[in-house]
Design a protein around this ligand. Structure first.
Ligand SMILES: Cc1cc2nc3c(=O)[nH]c(=O)nc-3n(C[C@H](O)[C@H](O)[C@H](O)COP(=O)(O)OP(=O)(O)OC[C@H]3O[C@@H](n4cnc5c(N)ncnc54)[C@H](O)[C@@H]3O)c2cc1C
Ligand code: HEM
Length: 402
């Protein structure tokens, strides 16, 4: 980019930010209106809640705002690239986004497409798009080279469903083509795509693989998102829960950069609700290695009724004395047993835990609702855990802060 182009982009960022929601909303309507096929790639739930409008175009704006020091976005490029790959986003898709973004800027600011400002934004976007395309190519190449892996969508059969709690069900998925499965890192996720009746569209969602790599199945564990107040029930989770065994769904290859980094180190897993899926996968991975180091497994949920995989953890605990657990029930039911089912009633408060459970020299893994993770991250840092040893996974969009 020329110095003039950089100045032009910087000068317009505040104006576009001021009209941020107008711009991002305009951009999405324009792009999905012109390319209705993309509705089967984007998460229409995030479109509905506005979360996605904050994410993609918001990230472009954040990048432009920091065009002289784009390092603000660099740490999350890998995270976004894995998500794009799991949704099978390809290089030509960047032209669609770019063209719609530039036209939206021109239309929202009422300037001609020949204006030098648009040229400057085209250069800024092009630079960012190139970075994503090359990062994603490296991930696609890796998938292509991994035995048993695949590119794009592959049909899987729901071989078995197992109810894990009143709202979480595990799905055992087998390739419809009968072919092999890849080894993946415990903690990684897949995208699943199903036809949602109410929308008349296919919809993708990400689900973490909830156990370590197996020879003949992938397993996901899905929380059924029920109606909350005025909000309609979750589209994909309810569709999945309603599908009988034997049904086929589309699945993309395991990917993601939240996974067990070092199985020989002390590991501490902290999860809230369905955020336990990557933790169970990592724990099961450690079990395959006979749990080389002590492990702490901390879980918070509302009560025993919604406590998934409780028995599995109890069984592992009986077998592996090196596994320490701590469970908080926010609203225990009358029959839930303190000291057996759970250790404390109320919200998880890490500041009150014994330091043997939270050693300083350990890798920490966090997953759960956003406010839960923010709270635990703060508490861990306050206990002297180095921030670089705390790794977290968000089960939603908007992981990029700007
Ligand atoms: C990397 C990753 C891993 C994940 N792993 C798992 C996992 O292992 N298990 C799991 O269960 N989930 C996981 N998720 C979450 C999952 O991808 C879905 O987001 C989740 O299942 C909800 O999808 P849905 O289609 O059912 O709900 P959506 O239709 O997308 O709705 C989402 C929520 O919004 C509410 N809502 C409805 N209307 C509105 C409105 N107007 N405004 C705001 N909100 C509204 C719905 O009630 C629902 O609770 C993961 C997500 C990511 C990104
Ligand atoms: C330079 C260009 C792009 C940027 C900066 C960008 C940025 C982002 C960001 C920040 C997220 C949210 C990630 C998260 O929170 O986990 C995201 C997700 C996503 N992006 Fe991109 N993106 C770009 C290009 C594209 C393209 C070309 C497509 C396809 C047409 C695309 C489709 C998606 C989809 C479908 C999601 C997931 C949506 C959701 O879950 O709601 N993006 N992108």
């Amino acid at each position: 980019m020329t110095p003039q182009q950089i100045d032009l982009v910087k000068a317009t960022v505040p104006v576009l930010r001021e009209n941020g929601v107008a711009l991002t909303g305009y951009f999405y309507n324009r792009m999905l209106g012109n390319n209705p096929d993309l509705k089967e790639t984007f998460n229409m739930g995030h479109q509905r809640s506005g979360a996605q409008a904050q994410a993609l175009a918001g990230a472009v704006l954040a990048y432009a705002e920091n065009i002289e020091d784009p390092s603000v976005l660099l740490p999350v490029v890998e995270l976004i690239a894995h998500k794009h790959v799991s949704l099978n986003i390809q290089a030509p898709d960047y032209n669609i986004v770019g063209e719609n973004l530039l036209h939206s800027i021109s239309e929202v600011l009422s300037i001609s497409m020949d204006d030098p400002l648009i040229g400057a934004w085209a250069a800024a976007y092009g630079q960012l798009a190139d970075l994503f395309i090359s990062t994603e190519k490296a991930i696609y190449d890796q998938h292509q080279q991994t035995k048993g892996s695949w590119l794009g969508w592959r049909n899987f059969k729901i071989a078995k469903k197992v109810q894990e709690s009143s709202e979480i069900t595990s799905f055992y998925l087998q390739p419809a083509d009968g072919g092999a499965l890849p080894k993946y890192e415990a903690g990684q996720y897949i995208s699943v795509r199903v036809f949602v009746e109410e929308l008349g569209l296919k919809q993708p969602r990400q689900y973490t693989l909830s156990t370590s790599p197996q020879a003949d199945y992938l397993r996901i564990s899905v929380k059924r998102e029920d109606q909350k107040g005025d909000f309609v029930p979750g589209w994909v989770s309810n569709t999945l829960h309603s599908l009988p065994e034997g049904s086929e769904i589309e699945v993309s290859a395991p990917t993601g950069n939240f996974y067990l980094i070092d199985s020989n180190k002390r590991n501490v897993f902290i999860s809230g609700g369905v955020g336990l899926t990557p933790m169970i996968a990592m724990l099961n991975q450690l079990v395959t290695q006979d749990m080389p180091q002590p492990v702490t497994f901390i879980h918070a949920c509302r009560s025993k009724q919604v406590h998934a995989m409780h028995q599995h953890i109890q069984d592992l605990k009986a077998k592996y004395p090196r596994l320490s657990t701590f469970t908080a029930y926010e609203f225990p039911h009358a029959g839930d047993k303190l000291g057996e089912d759970y250790d404390v009633a109320g919200r998880l408060d890490l500041s009150s835990l014994d330091s043997a459970l939270l050693p300083v020299n350990a890798d920490y893994y966090l997953c759960g609702p956003m406010p839960f993770m923010a709270e635990q991250q703060k508490a861990l840092v306050a206990r002297g855990i180095p921030a670089e040893n705390i790794h977290s996974e968000a089960f939603g969009t908007g992981g990029v802060k700007h």
